[in-house]
Ligand binder design. Structure first.
Ligand code: ADP
Ligand code: MG
Length: 692
């Protein structure tokens, strides 16, 4: 139903809501409160502590008002007091003018809001209020367990609450309650009851339970969300496995042998095992759906290349999709020479390459004249059509949305899919996104790698520069990394652009220094990275653009300035850029000023731990459970109700229920409502091909 059907919502407001991701009236009841505030109790003013939500009953003492002018907002300060003490209510802008006439000395008022301490004063900013002069009505209307919703830009809590309640009243009865609770003996309240208890908690409700997300209605919403996710994944997976995939040849061919020879090293046992698992999948007629995990530098690329070679020799094409241009280019540069020796035809397609070249490469892909096309998400652009895509490889998957993954796959009939990641997402979590994907792990690093020595320096970058100069004199290369591209308002944080000038001019006048950052043109970026890889540059001053995948083995030293500004996993990824040869690597973390406890723990962890899987655990530990999934980082779906940190148990139950349902009613013929809800839930998430 259109948003404008709601009372108080005109076209302008509707537009703002749509912008915030709320597209229809039905979406409003699906917004979970962030928390609940107890407004059933009136407390003495003297008991108010900062950040508490309080309701007080007091008398107006005085009002001071300043009218707005010259860009300054109008402001009203209302002093109120009860027997225990006094506090102030602040109003800004338009409400300040209203406050002036509403609050007069001696008037009794009920006020509720969050307590702030402003310049030693106890303050409620824009509190809600009512006047209990007409009996107890005012008091009663303030007494409730009040849901607080996530902030939506441009709307107050009051407005949001009004919209959500109006939406519940308008469409609450029409929402489809599709969860087959009875069928599976699940003891949950109905959707209607659940939403009622969530948006209008009973006055005698258990507020702690609500705040722990543990009320029956909330549990139901969690289950509901996970159930439809699992059901969708299951159906998608089943539909894939019913489709034919190109089957690869059984034997190792010339191309693979040539690539192995050209690589100049032998694969580690883990690499061989992973490759064997992949090849086995490639030979089956069911599409592969496999995650290849391996810490930074563990050598995933060569495994992928050999898999692509097998596919090429079986007469099919492969695509390798990287999350950034820099990384795509770098793959192309490492892979091309190896592939050439094997007679394997490669191509590069990124957003940054000239249109004529892009046309040419697209034409070749379409004619089947390229065996391995490397690129960024340009690969899933409309104009890219493969003649016979057999294998889609997605590198560093956590950078891609689920949607993009689905598109590359859907491009051709049904290629095999290999997802590569350095992020050690626990398998159970990966499962929530990929369904039941298969899994290979490279645990060991290539032989002969020396651990990277990691040092922490405070303030003193001179010593770090000395170490770097030493390395460069020995013919090695170095990275110097900054948290910012260019100068910012924050004088304490250094940036790559300013420091590049200083480093090139003052500290390292005799060395060749280059600058690389994300705001440069693609052409420029690839040129600079190319120069660094060809060792035409000694030192690369950079930002986190090099975080993912850049592989320049002669680089053995890295200085990370303002290291306190980076996340732990990010630092680990950065450090992974060095220590890629048999020379000992050194990583210097430079921190400045008072860096805070969490930052210190991150840096200490980096000094202590080199194993990526342990680092990831530590990272979760430091971030705390709320952020365990650092969703964006892992590319996991954003849940509204569920939290994977808390609801793993529920996830398993939901999965089982989804499984059982599909067993008893494979086409969901007996459950038309489930099909309707599934369609709705998955509409923008993936192409969803099977049902109906
Ligand atoms: P990642 O897993 O982070 O993608 P890469 O595939 O970029 O790692 O490999 C890191 C480096 O290790 C590359 O320079 C690669 O040539 C090298 N390498 C990979 N496998 C081996 C091996 N078995 N022996 C020696 N070096 C290897
Ligand atoms: Mg890689």
């Amino acid at each position: 139903m259109e948003l404008t059907k709601l009372k108080g919502v005109g076209p302008k407001t509707a537009e703002k809501l749509i912008h915030a991701g709320i597209a229809a009236v039905e979406d409003l009841p699906a917004i979970p409160p962030r928390r609940y505030v107890d407004r059933r109790r009136i407390s003495p003013i003297a008991d108010s502590k900062e950040n508490d939500f309080v309701t007080v009953c007091a008398e107006v003492q005085s009002v001071s008002f300043r009218s707005g002018f010259a860009g300054r907002k109008a402001f009203a300060s209302v002093k109120i007091a009860d027997e225990s003490g006094a506090m102030h209510a602040y109003f800004f802008g338009h409400p300040a003018k209203g406050a002036r006439s509403l609050f007069f000395k001696g008037r009794r008022v009920l006020m509720g809001g969050a307590v702030k301490i402003v310049k030693d004063k106890t303050v409620l900013q824009h509190p809600e209020y009512s006047f209990p002069e007409d009996g107890d009505d005012g008091l009663e209307s303030l007494k409730e367990i009040r849901p607080i919703y996530p902030n939506v830009r441009g709307f107050s809590q009051k407005q949001l609450r009004a919209f959500i309640q109006a939406a519940c009243a308008l469409v609450g009865d029409r929402l489809i309650d599709a969860l087959p609770a009875d069928e599976f003996g699940l003891d949950f309240p109905s959707l209607r009851e659940s939403l009622q208890s969530i948006h209008y908690p009973a006055i005698d409700g258990d507020i702690d339970q609500l705040n722990e997300n543990n009320a029956p209605g909330q549990r139901r919403m969690v289950f509901d969300e996970l159930f439809f996710l699992q059901l969708g994944l299951r159906i998608r997976r089943d539909s894939f496995s019913r489709k034919m995939a190109p089957a690869a040849k059984a034997e190792t061919g010339f191309m693979e042998k040539a690539i192995r020879r050209a690589a100049g090293f032998t694969l580690t046992a883990d690499q061989e095992t992973a490759l064997a698992q992949i090849v086995e999948d490639l030979r089956a007629k069911r599409p592969m759906h496999r995650l290849l995990q391996g810490d930074v530098g563990s050598g995933k690329t060569i495994v992928a290349l050999l898999a692509a070679a097998r596919v090429a020799e079986s007469g099919y094409q492969s695509a390798l999709m990287a999350p950034t241009e820099v990384l795509a280019l770098q793959h192309y540069r490492t892979i091309k020479p190896l592939a050439e020796k094997a007679g394997m035809r490669t191509g590069l397609l990124t957003g940054g390459i000239p249109a004529a070249d892009a046309d040419e490469i697209c034409r070749r892909a379409q004619e089947g004249a390229v065996d391995l096309l490397i690129g960024t998400h340009a690969l899933i652009g409309k104009r890219v059509e493969f003649l016979k895509l057999g294998l889609a490889i997605i590198d560093e998957q956590h950078r891609f949305g689920v949607l993009q993954r689905a598109k590359l796959r859907a491009k051709q009939t049904h290629p095999h899919v290999l997802v590569m990641s350095a992020t050690p997402i626990p398998r159970t979590m990966a499962m929530t996104v990929f369904g039941d994907l298969d899994h290979s792990v490279i645990r060991s690093k290539p032989p002969g790698r020396l651990p990277v020595e990691t040092k922490l320096l405070f303030g003193d970058t001179q010593e770090a520069y000395r170490i770097i100069a030493d390395r460069v004199r020995q013919g090695e290369q170095a990275y110097i990394v900054y948290p910012l591209v260019a100068e910012s308002d924050d004088p304490a944080t250094r940036d790559a652009t300013t420091m590049y000038k200083k480093l090139a001019g003052k500290h390292f006048p005799n060395f060749k220094v280059g600058l690389l950052h994300g705001r440069m043109k693609e052409k420029e970026k690839s040129e600079i990275l190319g120069n660094f890889m060809d060792r035409k540059l000694d030192i690369l001053v950079s930002t986190t653009v090099i975080e993912v995948g850049v592989d320049a083995p002669a680089a053995t030293a890295m200085l990370i300035e303002n290291a306190e500004r980076f996340g732990l996993s990010q630092l680990h990824q950065l450090r992974g850029r060095i220590g890629r040869s048999d020379k000992p690597g050194i990583c210097i973390l430079s921190a400045s000023g008072d860096i805070g406890e969490k930052a210190m723990r991150r840096l200490q962890a980096l000094l202590d731990i080199s194993d990526g899987f342990l680092i990831a655990e530590k990272d979760m530990d430091i971030r705390g459970p709320g952020d365990i999934l650092g969703r964006r980082q892992h590319g996991l779906p954003v849940f509204r109700w569920a939290s994977l940190a808390r609801d793993m148990d529920m996830l398993h139950r939901a999965r089982q229920a989804a499984c059982d349902l599909l067993k008893s009613d494979p086409g969901l013929i007996k459950h038309p409502n489930i099909i309707r809800v599934l369609r709705h839930r998955w509409r923008s998430r993936m192409e969803f091909e099977t049902i109906g």
